[in-house]
Design a protein around this ligand. Structure first.
Ligand SMILES: Cc1cc2nc3c(=O)[nH]c(=O)nc-3n(C[C@H](O)[C@H](O)[C@H](O)COP(=O)(O)OP(=O)(O)OC[C@H]3O[C@@H](n4cnc5c(N)ncnc54)[C@H](O)[C@@H]3O)c2cc1C
Ligand code: FES
Length: 519
């Protein structure tokens, strides 16, 4: 077996020059928080409509979920058309299909300017068992009713038996980082800016809006688009309507390759598969094995399951890349895109599930129009302030029960390890002088102590072995081993704690104030 790259294939194969952080105050028409596909699409559309824009990205462009995707482009959304039709009605299902199609067409148009391996391919949603296959016949009917040209088939070109499938022509795949790299080159100039390593900590609605960075520098703008994948500055409303999951991907060489196409199964946990060609030949990408963020004891297990799946179904042990990323599921099955609650000039986009390449593009198109005071045919359907719960009310309550359970339970739990138990490269919440600390032991054996209290709303973080990160089980916030924010909703790092606490009574609780402000 060759060396496995523990990094995303897309980030490893589309490098580009660094952009500087924002060093002094800037005034523009629109500030975009976040340089993923959503923010970059919105920003370039705005520039092309004559607006001045500044994108502020806390890491580097694409280093969020856009760089960790599998980049299937399809009208087959994670929420089935059967459910969308019964929960939202026939017209809504039609608009979901229409907006997804418009997003793929948009990416296809821009891919002519920004070469990114865009390729039209068919898609299959397949079932291995007869019962699931029967369910797919109903989904075909609902999809067709929504204007999605699906058909039922028992012919699926996979190297293992399948009971039946929904087949859809003219879907697509691409290299998301090559696409973003093209946009990133085009954006700066003409009053538009792209700032990397610039973390936003406050957004204030108003005329003008004010956006404050961790460095203290401020931007002012007529409108702000918060495209951070999660609602980082919406403490009370939106994060209660979404849930964060980690999803895993492996890319293998030497597999029994199916023809180019997008393949999704109906299993639980589900799998998604596609090919990617590089200069060394074909890679098979297989993803899935999702779990709620911060709630998996051993994050090697999902990778092991995926590797076993690739060996059993596609006959390859040669894993070249493996990575994982965050998927944000909405309570009622549709993304939240539009004006932020209680704001006039701040707009948000989140809850894309596993369709954020298309829904992110839809959001980029919608928010760029919204910032200019215009609406689109999908504006009402995806409205961010909606409270559509229907059958999803139960699921939403179940998702949000995590917050009080972890807030109290994890604080009361007494660690059974001390810092002495940590091997190089390992982290854990341990006891240090009677105090609970999140401690990381680096490769040289030096211990780094942090408060385990998530700076979003005070839950305790847990160590993620594979990615060497601190993950919060409540709303999916993540921090690197040294406590810097990787994923919102938190915007402030974990607080550093000295490793030399005096011995005393066990401290099981610490106060933490929510730190992301939107006023
Ligand atoms: C494993 C996996 C597979 C997937 N497969 C597919 C697929 O096949 N098809 C599909 O359509 N979708 C897929 N998705 C979903 C899709 O990748 C995401 O929904 C999409 O990339 C989200 O794009 P975004 O621009 O909204 O967010 P992101 O790409 O995450 O961009 C948000 C940016 O905001 C920045 N940011 C956050 N907080 C701050 C702050 N305080 N200040 C400044 N910047 C900040 C982040 O660093 C980040 O770069 C997949 C996701 C994963 C994880
Ligand atoms: S992400 Fe909300 S408390 Fe940690």
């Amino acid at each position: 077996m060759r060396h496995i790259h523990n990094e995303s294939l897309w980030l490893a194969t589309a490098q580009r020059p660094h952009q500087s952080p924002l060093a002094h105050s800037v005034e523009v028409d629109v500030v975009v928080v976040g340089g993923g596909i959503t923010g970059m699409t919105a920003a370039l559309l705005l520039k092309r409509r004559g607006a001045t824009v500044a994108v502020v990205e806390m890491q580097r462009v694409g280093y969020g979920e856009t760089g960790h995707t599998s980049a299937h482009l399809t009208e087959l959304v994670d929420s089935r058309y059967v459910d969308i039709e019964s929960d939202f009605g026939h017209d809504a299902a039609r608009l979901v299909g229409e907006s997804s199609r418009a997003a793929i067409e948009h990416i296809e148009r821009w891919s002519r300017e920004f070469p990114c391996g865009f390729e039209r391919v068919p898609a299959w949603l397949y079932a291995e068992g007869d019962e699931d296959a029967h369910g797919l016949e109903r989904e075909v009917e609902a999809a067709r009713g929504a204007g999605v040209a699906a058909r039922f088939t028992r012919e699926v070109p996979l190297p293992f038996p399948v009971a039946g499938a929904l087949r859809l022509e003219h879907q697509a795949q691409f290299h998301p980082m090559k696409y973003l790299r093209g946009i990133a080159r085009e954006l700066p100039g003409g009053g538009c800016h792209l700032f990397e390593e610039s973390r936003v900590v406050e957004v204030h609605d108003g005329e003008p809006c004010r956006v404050k960075l961790a460095s203290g520098v401020e931007l002012t703008a007529r409108s702000v688009l918060v495209t951070a994948n999660v609602p980082v500055f919406n403490l009370l409303a939106l994060h209660t309507k979404i849930a964060a999951y980690r999803s895993y991907v492996v890319a293998a060489r030497g597999a029994k390759m199916p023809p180019p196409g997008l393949y999704f199964d109906t299993a639980d946990p589900y799998h998604y598969t596609r090919r990617h060609e590089d200069e060394r030949g074909a890679l098979l990408l297989v993803g899935g094995e999702d779990h709620k963020t911060g709630q998996c004891d051993d994050t090697e297990v999902p990778f092991t399951h995926l590797q076993r799946y690739v060996i059993e179904r596609f006959g390859s042990e040669d894993i070249a890349y493996r990575w994982s990323g965050q998927i944000i599921k909405p309570a009622d099955g549709l993304p939240y895109i539009g004006r932020n609650s209680a704001s006039d000039n701040v707009f948000v986009a989140t809850g894309f599930s596993g369709n954020g390449m298309t829904f992110g593009t839809v959001a980029g198109m919608m928010l760029s129009e919204a910032a200019l005071g215009r609406s689109m045919p999908w504006t009402d359907l995806y409205e961010a302030t909606r409270m559509k719960v229907l059958g999803a009310v139960k699921d939403m309550l179940v998702e949000n029960v995590d917050y009080p359970v972890h807030l109290i339970g994890d604080r009361l739990a007494v660690p059974d390890r001390t810092a002495d138990d940590l091997a190089p490269g390992e982290g854990d919440v341990v006891l240090v002088g009677g105090r609970k600390l999140a401690v990381y032991c680096d490769e040289r054996g030096t211990l780094h102590g942090l408060s385990p209290v998530c700076t979003h709303m005070g839950c305790h973080v847990a160590w993620n072995t594979t990615e060497r990160s601190w993950d919060c089980p409540c709303h999916g916030g993540r921090f690197d081993a040294m406590g810097q924010v990787l994923n919102g909703p938190p915007v402030q790092p974990l607080e550093a704690r000295p490793m030399t606490e005096p011995t005393g009574a066990l401290v099981v609780d610490e106060n933490a104030e929510p730190t992301g402000a939107l006023t």
